[in-house]
Structures are given as C-alpha cells and as structure tokens.
Write a new protein. Structure first.
Length: 140
C-alpha cells in the first residue's frame, strides 16, 4: 500500500504541475476518450472509476468548470445524464498522456530492471479489471 500511495503521490504531483490535472481527472478523461463518442452515462463512469455518486459529481464539476467535460442530458430519459469529453478535454489529455506515461516508465525503470518490470506487469494483469484497459496512449 505504501508503494501505491507514494507512486500515486509522485505521479500526481508531476501531472498537476505539468498539466493541471489530478490523477482522478486524468483517469476520467482517459476513460471518456475510450468511450464511444467520447461520452458515458455519469453513473457508468462512476462505476468504472470506483467513485460514489457524490465523488463523481465533485470530479466532473471540476472538469466541467475547466471546460474539459460537459454534461449532456439524455433526450429519451431526462433522469439520465452523460459526461461528454470536449475538444479541450481531448487536447489536454493528449498533451498529458505521453508525459504521464513517460513519468510512469521513468519511475519504474529507476527502481526495477526490464525483467522485473515484465514480471510485475504480468502479475498485475491478473488482478480484477486490469485486463479491461490497455497501455496505449489515448485515441486522438
């Protein structure tokens, strides 16, 4: 748990300083970039990010104020709303992605050799929900 906490703290500080994004902001933008049309039901996004309803509301309010995400109503069911990635959100994500990936890679390579990184990746891939993602930069 200490390794996770210290890694997230370090990577989050870099992401914030260089791109004005928290790790949660980055993950939300990333997940939306992979969704069909760059949008998801807010409730589905909350589940994907493992956030409570109030947690996703706070996260999305900040992204909406920054112009990175916008709220869209569902025409068929007004109780449903979507989080839609904006062009500015896609641009910010793209700008941050390769730098963030580089920070992760640098952190790992600073402390582990290539065989250890490969072994760690294989072990982590066995954990729940890891296989859903991939390690590519987000779609343009």
């Amino acid at each position: 748990m200490r390794a996770h906490a210290s890694s997230v703290r370090l990577l989050g500080a870099r992401l914030q300083a260089e791109h004005g994004l928290t790790v949660n902001d980055y993950e939300a933008l990333y997940v939306l970039s992979r969704a069909d049309g760059g949008r998801m039901k807010r409730v589905d996004l909350a589940r994907r990010l493992l956030l409570t309803p109030s947690g996703i509301t706070r996260l999305l309010e900040g992204l909406e104020r920054a112009g990175l995400v916008e709220r869209q109503a569902c025409k068929e069911d007004l109780r449903v709303s979507y989080a839609q990635l904006t062009d500015a959100g896609r641009e910010r994500l793209l700008a941050a992605s390769c730098a963030h990936e580089g920070s992760v890679r640098s952190l790992m390579e600073e402390h582990l050799d290539a065989d250890e990184i490969e072994a760690l990746a294989e072990m982590l891939a066995k954990l729940p929900d890891v296989a859903e993602g991939d390690d590519a930069c987000p779609a343009a």
